[in-house]
Design a binder for this molecule. Structure first.
Ligand SMILES: Cc1cc2nc3c(=O)[nH]c(=O)nc-3n(C[C@H](O)[C@H](O)[C@H](O)COP(=O)(O)OP(=O)(O)OC[C@H]3O[C@@H](n4cnc5c(N)ncnc54)[C@H](O)[C@@H]3O)c2cc1C
Length: 506
């Protein structure tokens, strides 16, 4: 029998039987539901084995790389844009996330306000405009990605969280339970515009479709192993793009201001598959994976996040929960859960555990963690006891692209021929489009509202080397869990981290 303490959370106080959890998980495939769901319709792109010239080469075929390609082609339709992806388009975080596409580009207002208070209004506006632009783009190209602008329902599941949701859209317990029936809800707030839900893998696949329809070229199985420079006059770098202006729909000039190519040479990226792309400019969109720029190693660390997907709910099961307005839901703990419905009424239930492994490696073996899957299954049954007997079809994990400022950072290298964006810290579905515009602005060499932001100009602190990184991250995680079990009270470590801008509060 487990010991109960005054500091237990609702998930411990109302824990379901271990056998029910085990039964629910029996038979769950260890694969991301979203990627399985599109397996039959997914386009396969060829591998690059020869040398080609381009105006812009993009390394990484997740949202950041694909949005960069799409925006580059919208800005300058005649640009030669090439995307090189090591695996398959969208196989990594972009194809396996929760699908919460949020307006915030700063990982929430609190994080933005604590770092760039004087810019917060601008950052909020740019985030809102970015989300509206995503909606408009999805509609304009007819992108089939189960797009639903249903907002986020933030729920308080412990008494100390109730005050945290007071404000716009506040719902008392009865009102929040009328939206979605969970006995754990004590209060809530529904922000109706700030979040769009998408099918993440379909979004990546549809971005790839649009990129190719606009004339971009995508190569899969084409891992870039070297980022070099080519001098002036090499290849066709100084032809075709000189003097091109062609900006369309962006404040930052051409694709990457092609006019700067002729005098200065460009970049040459080499792939493990034997291909080379010589281009005027490169964008690095490799996120949590090792950067091709030494200076960026250590700027992000992979922290593993876990998710489950249920079988589709029956009409009776849906009726027992309500959820007619199909909001995305998140609770307010430091170790929080996020959950939502799929188009066919499955529940995706993710979050809570966040696991860092010594050495900052991205390894498929880290995705298997039975304890985390059991915890999530147990917490879903606490949240919705009326679903007892439900089964999970999928269980998976992926590395969160964590940076010390909890939102993306940006920069350029190699005399402004290379730009990069990474470190979305688990909130990159929407922000990756904003990041694409930032890196294109930076490559254009022109000042824009985006490039003048402190948020864009400032570089975050790197993570310390091991063993300090794992000691620091794991102590922080332990402290956050402890705070959740102690009425939200933050210990000395968390208060000190808060004071220097390194404290995490979801
Ligand atoms: C489980 C999970 C749940 C999440 N839930 C949410 C959510 O609900 N909402 C939200 O906003 N965010 C969420 N995120 C975060 C979000 O998915 C990411 O921030 C976003 O997908 C980042 O996109 P990206 O293109 O930068 O990175 P990725 O999708 O990781 O793409 C990077 C790509 O670069 C490729 N690459 C790396 N190195 C090379 C190389 N040398 N050569 C060629 N290609 C290379 C990789 O193969 C990969 O495809 C979640 C993440 C995880 C893991």
């Amino acid at each position: 029998m487990s010991r109960r303490s005054a500091h237990d959370t609702v998930f411990e106080r109302q824990r379901p039987a271990a056998a029910a959890v085990e039964q629910a998980l029996a038979g769950a495939r260890r694969s991301a539901f979203w990627l399985d769901d599109i397996a039959l319709s997914r386009t396969r792109f060829e591998t690059l084995r020869h040398t080609i010239d381009a105006d812009l080469v993009i390394v990484g075929g997740g949202y950041t790389g694909l949005w960069s390609a799409l925006r580059a082609l919208e800005r300058r339709p005649d640009a030669r844009v090439v995307v090189l992806e090591a695996g398959r388009v969208g196989w990594a975080a972009s194809g396996r996330n929760g699908g919460f596409c949020e307006a915030s580009i700063t990982h929430g207002d609190e994080n933005g306000e604590s770092r760039w208070p004087e810019e917060l209004q601008t950052l909020r506006r740019l985030g809102d405009e970015n989300l509206d632009a995503i909606e408009e783009t999805v509609a304009r190209y007819g992108m089939q990605c189960d797009f639903e602008r249903t907002g986020t329902l933030t729920v308080a599941v412990e008494p100390h969280q109730v005050d945290w949701v007071r404000g716009d859209g506040f719902l008392v317990a009865a009102a929040v339970r009328a939206e979605v029936m969970s006995p754990t809800y004590l209060a809530g707030a529904w922000n109706k515009r700030s979040t769009v839900l998408v099918h993440p893998a379909k979004l990546a696949a549809e971005l790839a479709r649009v990129v190719t329809e606009l004339g971009g070229k995508i190569f899969e199985g084409s891992r870039v192993v070297d980022l070099g420079s080519v001098g002036r006059g090499a290849g066709r770098l100084d032809s075709g793009v000189s003097g091109a202006s062609g900006a369309s729909g962006g404040s930052g000039g051409g694709v990457a201001s092609g006019a700067s190519v002729a005098p200065g040479g460009g970049v040459a990226v080499r792939t493990a598959s034997g291909g080379t792309v010589r281009a005027a400019h490169a964008i690095l969109a490799t996120n949590v994976f090792p950067s091709l720029l030494k200076r960026n190693r250590g700027m992000t660390v992979p922290v593993y996040d876990y998710a489950l997907m249920t079988e589709p709910l029956s009409d009776a099961q849906m009726a027992s929960i309500g959820w007619a307005n199909r909001q995305g839901i998140a609770d307010l703990a430091n170790q929080f859960h996020y959950y939502r419905l799929s188009a066919d009424n499955r529940i995706l239930f993710g979050g809570y555990d966040a696991v860092y492994h010594f050495g900052s490696k991205v390894r498929p073996s880290y995705e298997e963690r039975a304890a985390s899957f059991s915890t999530l299954a147990s917490h879903l049954l606490t949240t919705f006891p009326q679903l007892l007997g439900i089964r999970f079809s999928n269980a998976w994990a992926g590395p969160i692209d964590t940076s010390t400022r909890f939102c993306a950072f940006f920069g350029t290298a190699r005399q402004n021929r290379v730009a990069y964006a990474a470190g979305f810290t688990g909130l990159g579905v929407g922000a990756s489009r904003f990041a694409a515009d930032v890196v294109l602005d930076l490559l254009s060499g022109q000042q824009t509202e985006r490039t003048q932001l402190r948020m864009v100009r400032e570089r975050p602190l790197p993570f310390p080397p091991e063993p300090a990184a794992s000691i620091g991250i794991n102590l922080t995680r332990w402290s956050l869990d402890r705070a959740d079990h102690r009425g939200g009270r933050r210990n000395l470590l968390l208060r000190s981290l808060d004071a220097v801008g390194l404290g995490f509060d979801s």
